[in-house]
Design a protein around this ligand. Sequence first.
Ligand code: HEC
Length: 411
Amino acid sequence: MKKLYFIAFCTIVPLSLWGQRINFNEHIAPIIHQHCTPCHQPGEAAPFNLITYQDVAKRSNFIQKVTETRYMPPWRADPNFGQFKNVRRLTVGQIAMIRVWISQGMPEGEPEKLVSKPKIGKQSGMSADKVLAWQQAFTVPANNREGYYLFSLPCNFDEDTYIKGIEFVPGNKKLVHHARISVDTTQLLRATNGKSIDDTSIARYGTVKMKEEFIAGWVPGNNAVVYPNGMAKMLPKGSDLLVNVHYAPNNLPNQQDSSVVKLYIAQKPITNPVQTFILHEEHISNQPFEILPDTVVTFYAKTQELPYSISLLSVQPHMHVLGKSLRCYAITPGGDMIPLIKIPQWDFNWQMTYEYAQPLTIPMGSILYAEATYDNTAQNPENYFNPPKKITYGWSTTQEMMNVIFQYVVP
Ligand code: HEC
């Protein structure tokens, strides 16, 4: 292992660094400020700051470990399977640089060499056209358990309205773990406002498969989702946004959350309406979608042949805690494989939306395939049940899902 890093270091660190000692101000600060500080700063989700020399030196061993294992910065997709614009990965050279700096005793360097400036606070540069908020502050239960709660936010649009962007802004940044926003055109889900997804009255909505269309996912570090020029998502007249928030387990008294969703309205005409397509449990060929105890099982799903070409903007895989890995690709009528996403080690904590570097065109007649593997053994530390139980489809935490959510336009 050591040798490998040495070779990587020799090949990637510029020759000009030879014989020179690596120091924080000149070499390490730019890496930290660009790749770590966006989340590791006051008011953001990460549990401590990574801004100054002291912040970094104090945790250097931990930082070496999480960068070498690629636990941080969080990015769970295979870099060789699909190309994404919001990619968040250190290069092998940057990882080696951190390691060598630590092995050299972490010199701070000359103060005038500290030219890198961390960005503190969000500068989205856009002002929202509409801000939707919780009807009242939500008190997060202090029961030390995972919690999923639904919030229904009426948009009150009296005509179909196109948005060019959407942004989720968590209220309680320490407890809002992730969120999923969909559109409810039925207004029926208003009844779920403020309720836990495990509430028995809600189970019914999952099985009825109410029409609700996914728009955006949020995990810490996400900014606004903004569609490419000319593209926009339609929110039908009278529809509501349904926000499903996962709160982290906690035991803290009186924790309140008031999160908001900001909408950026697009000017008409819209050349390319953004649409959502979900590859899901009903597309599975090896039914039923049941995960028997003490098994590791893979489900295979596929679409019909696409009736026209589509251009994919983003992909978001979704499974619950038994998820182990996932791969998704398209096969064109000519037999070519187009890689769409591969998550070699599913991480329930980082359910990211992966945005394609360029809109990715999938030709007419192609078929989309997904393969998702679940581990329902006692060896899976995330398993809620020991001994393991049979798990079936459902929204609830202790059930499972298999979704690959695409946003696309028809070119
Ligand atoms: C997208 C946001 C984000 C970015 C970017 C990010 N972190 Fe984190 N980091 C988090 C969050 C949230 C946690 C706490 C939850 C967790 O451990 O996953 C965390 C936890 C950590 C931990 C503690 C891990 C543990 O096991 O407790 C370390 C160390 C760390 N980050 C270092 C880094 C370094 C170094 C970078 C840059 C190379 C970085 N992080 C980039 C969000 C981020």
